[in-house]
Design a protein around this ligand. Sequence first.
Ligand code: HEM
Length: 146
Amino acid sequence: PITDQGPLPTLSEGDKKAIRESWPQIYQNFEQTGLVVLLEFLQKNPGAQQSFPKFSATKCNLEQDNEVKWQASRIINAVNHTIGLMDKEAAMKQYLKELSAKHSSEFQVDPKLFKELSAIFVSTIRGKAAYEKLFSIICTLLRSSY
Ligand code: HEM
């Protein structure tokens, strides 16, 4: 399960290896994967769309909306960046804490939603335990400035 509160999980060397070996395949299709995840998230959490005034108002053409595509890419690129910092824990924490500050003060996102999006992400990429830990770290740190 993905956690978003409490002690920060630690990635073992084995977890990092599992992520490093599988991520390139997933990231290869980052635009498509990111879009599938974001669309499912918006479908399951209709209220979340209010946070994105740039998205078109009608649900039927969301997958063709360039703003949706751009946002989907930003999310998966942030995950990619986090993976790149797995061996630099201090830098990884700082990066995600800064992202947390933006989500809380600038974007005013409901912090419960990080876990919702992450769960869809992990199931979309059929991520195993190592990815659950990675997303638990992401969710916990994205909540840190709330
Ligand atoms: C913006 C990543 C979850 C709402 C962003 C940005 C990144 C990002 C990189 C761009 C920040 C910038 O402008 O510098 C992530 C990651 C998430 C996540 C990695 C979780 C894994 C969520 C969730 C919501 C959300 C669950 C809920 C609605 C927003 C909004 C913006 C934003 C509203 C600003 C959009 C705009 O430019 O108008 N996010 N995000 N994010 N995120 Fe997230």
